[in-house]
Design a protein around this ligand. Structure first.
Ligand SMILES: [Zn+2]
Ligand SMILES: [Zn+2]
Length: 348
């Protein structure tokens, strides 16, 4: 079968190769790949900056955002041929740590978790893959091809869940949400904010392309000025850029008692002066919470699937700016200005 592989640590090693079909040791459910979504993590792996092959191997099958169709499943798995499924990216560490033992592998304590297509496990950019039934979720068939957006939606489903749990520390009645960054994660964060009945404000630099209209068509406001310039004070804030100046803006310009979720991974090495005393004073006097959130567990996959089912399918479809056939994978990794989410079509 065809598979898109990289040699982690080696830049531009991405190639389409012929691999044997996945061994049964990967799990009893055999799944035919339909689509693989690409994101910044894949780009970093292709650039040789990130990624770990499975033990004893030098290559890694790429792809973590995925959609597949069950080809074979033993009756006891509860899955049947033809079911639409999404494989869960992160798997618990082998110890397991207390968080992983509780099914909360997104909160893993020892860093020994694995991630399909990223860290120690082959990914989904191959014609067929296998997994345990507990390592996938079945989707409503009505979602159809839009199910490829499930994995990025899990990231924001977790962020919203955590903000709401934190909110219960005291009186909590958020009205205004701020989202920084109108990439796929920011747009999905805005979608989930609108679904909660909040007044949502999305901040990004671009003035053209599909992002401003995608935001407005949600019923949210689109801003190209900075958060401080806008005067908008979020009760809840989701930071999706990882850009240091934007991170500082959301930390310092929010309503009293606000909750800020950081989801962006910043490049390190650049410094900027910060008045830590002022920052501390502002956080203390406003009861502000700033927290980080990464990855997702099974509960977030379920919550994300519900959110996607409630969303307007035509709006979700507009998030997919290009679907590139697997054979033309290099095209998919050449970014275009109008890109929002680029998908690899896996049917060869
Ligand atoms: Zn991703
Ligand atoms: Zn763990």
């Amino acid at each position: 079968m065809q598979a898109l592989v990289v040699t982690p640590g080696t830049a531009d090693s991405l190639e389409l190769v012929d691999l044997p079909e996945p061994p049964e040791s990967e799990g009893p459910v055999l799944v035919e790949s339909l689509m693989v979504g690409l994101c910044g993590t894949d780009a970093e792996i292709v650039d040789g900056l990130y990624g770990t092959p499975p033990p004893g191997q030098d290559h890694l099958v790429l792809g973590h955002e995925n959609l597949g169709r069950v080809r074979q499943a033993p009756a006891e798995t509860g899955l049947s041929e033809g079911d639409l499924v999404v494989g869960i990216v992160r798997r618990p560490d082998p110890v397991p740590c207390p968080a992983c033992a509780d099914g909360q592998w997104d909160m893993c304590r020892n860093g020994r978790y694995t991630e399909r297509g990223i860290k120690g496990l082959h990914g989904f950019a191959r014609e067929l893959w296998r997994a345990e039934p507990t390592a996938m979720v079945r989707l409503d068939p009505a979602l159809s091809r839009l199910g490829v957006l499930l994995e990025p939606t899990t990231i924001v489903a977790k962020a919203w869940e955590q903000m709401e749990r934190i909110g219960r520390r005291a009186w909590f009645d958020p009205k205004v949400a701020v989202v920084t960054g109108a990439g796929p994660i920011g747009l999905l964060a805005a979608l989930l904010g609108v679904q909660r009945g909040l007044e949502v404000h999305v901040f990004d630099l671009v003035t053209d392309g599909p992002k401003p209209d995608l935001v407005r068509d949600l019923g949210a406001a689109y801003h190209t000025e900075s958060v401080p310039e806008s005067g908008v004070q979020g009760d809840v804030l989701v930071e999706c850029t990882g850009v240091p100046s934007v991170v500082l803006d959301v930390m310092t310009h929010s309503a009293p008692d606000s909750i800020t979720c950081l989801t962006g991974i910043s490049g390190t090495g650049k410094t900027m002066p910060v008045d830590v005393a002022a920052l501390n004073r502002d956080q203390v006097l406003s009861n502000d919470v700033i927290f980080g959130s990464v990855n997702a567990n099974r509960g977030h996959y379920t919550a994300a699937a519900e959110a996607l089912c409630r969303a307007d399918p035509s709006w979700l479809a507009r998030m997919v700016s290009r679907t590139v056939p697997l054979s033309e994978f290099a095209e998919a990794f050449a970014p275009r200005p109008e890109d929002v989410k680029v998908i690899l079509g896996m049917q060869v």
